[in-house]
Design a protein around this ligand. Structure first.
Ligand code: 5GP
Length: 190
């Protein structure tokens, strides 16, 4: 998505630890026009699938998921993060290692909002090692729901998470795939 790549080149800041900061339009301040275009692009890429729900994880995935959900006209469910496993038996949980904070959280989705009739599109802002997406896939698996694909705004291709999912037969669509980033600048995969 050229509009997004241009914005990353203009406003993205490469930080230590292979973290790309895009706080000015995605992760702190949100450019709502760009967000709407992102939602439209996810719809274009997944419109042939039957989707009943969009699943994401708090916090940064929520705005992206909502932008997409407007085009699909389906509800958004976001996994809640907790420090310890919930004792709520009416919920599905998965452990997820946080790429940015380096700790491990539990992600939790109530069984009230996900079940075996659901056809799920997983959406997130970033993909690095793929731990967040794997956790959400696990939650769908526990719920008996079908995952039709994974959509991410920015995939850091050099960290392998997206390709590992693709090798497992999962339909992954990333609107921009960063192939390398550093003092030489940011380069995208074609
Ligand atoms: P993964 O679980 O794929 O290793 O990392 C994805 C999660 O970590 C995303 O939910 C995102 O919030 C965060 N993340 C990973 N890499 C970056 C990055 O370079 N920049 C930002 N802003 N978030 C990232």
């Amino acid at each position: 998505m050229e509009l997004l790549k241009d914005r990353i080149l203009r406003d993205g800041i490469v930080k230590a630890g292979n973290v790309l900061k895009v706080d000015s339009f995605l992760n702190h301040q949100i450019d709502i026009r760009l967000m709407d275009e992102i939602g439209r692009e996810f719809y274009r890429r997944f419109q042939d699938e039957r989707i009943t729900k969009i699943l994401t994880i708090e916090a940064s995935g929520i705005a992206v998921a909502c932008a997409a959900a407007r085009y699909f006209s389906v509800p958004v469910v976001f996994a809640r993060k907790a420090k310890s496993s919930t004792l709520d038996t009416n919920a599905y949980t998965a452990r997820i290692k946080s790429f940015t904070h380096k700790d491990t959280n539990w992600a939790m989705v109530s069984a009230n909002y996900l079940d075996e009739d659901d056809q799920v599109l997983i959406i997130d802002d970033f993909m690095a090692e793929g731990n967040a997406a794997q956790g959400l896939l696990e939650i769908c698996d526990y719920a008996g729901a079908t995952v039709v694909g994974v959509g991410v705004v920015i995939e850091k291709g050099f960290q392998g998470g997206g390709d590992a999912l693709r090798e497992n037969g999962i339909h992954v669509e990333s609107l921009a795939i960063v192939e390398s980033m550093g003092p030489e600048g940011i380069k995208f995969r074609d």
